[in-house]
Design a protein around this ligand. Sequence first.
Ligand SMILES: [Mn+2]
Length: 336
Amino acid sequence: MKNEFVTSLKHLLQTPKQCVIFPHKNPDGDALGSTLALYHFLRAKGHDAVIISPNEYPKFLQWMPGQENILLFNREQSRCLDLIQKAEVIFTLDFNALSRISPINDFLVDHKATFVMIDHHQSPENYAPLTYSDANIGSTCEMVYSVLHTWDASIIDTAIAECLYTGIMTDSGSFRFPSTSSTTHRIVADLIDRGVAHAKIHQNIFDSARFERLQLLGRTLQHLKTVNPLPAVYTYLRQNDLDAFDYQKGDTEGFVNYGLSLEGIQLAVILIENTQEQIIKMSFRSKGSFDVNQFARKYFSGGGHKNAAGGKSDESIENTIVKLEKAIRDCTQDFE
Ligand SMILES: [Mn+2]
């Protein structure tokens, strides 16, 4: 599938094209890494490429090579719309449903550009005639690496390698999630050979916390509750917790994972209140057979991967907790 995809892509990009590349809303390391790597590659190949992010991304990613050229749709809407209108090829990376770039999707209806999708989430939509979708691969960056390496490995310089490394590392939980394969490590070995300073990247991502963020983590851990006797825990942050510690975008990234560090725990959930959007944002993480993609789809209008998913609730935090506990108990048989 990948080789066919690369052949079609090369054919599509035989002559210089105007390309727009979209990461999903609230882009993470994999979304930014994959879009930036592709951006550098396309420009090296003589195409006119821009990255348009629906909104801001966390500070711990604001060092990535080329990130200063990313346009933010929520900040510069008319400039972005102009570029979108002119696009001949539209890339959607690290997502597979156009609602993930809302409200930009409203401007893509009947767009004449050729859509290209590279993504590793389940159940892709069929908007892209060129689709490379594989839910067994741990990161979109790993897929983009394979595409670029097959296309023209000589273009993969240190900047591209750093972008790809970042996404592979963050989406694999620093190479420890089950989706991490020997191929993942071979790719990473090649990226290091191409000049990636991996220790520096880990520091940029993990050792750049603000004092308030660590205190917010403390509050999150104090709120941790077990769902006895099941191997599940959840925690929550109210809007006033976020306000008390001067919450900034990305601060709660990774908080949900701490629950899984408890011995025997197979499911961890975090609920985060957002009074402005009037929703509770939820993240689910699991180990082993418990499928949080199914769980989030069934109970909390979300989805994602088997061991990492997101969802939401329109109810109060109290009601959401009641609903969550009931949903977890309904799934008793899904634990190992
Ligand atoms: Mn990803």
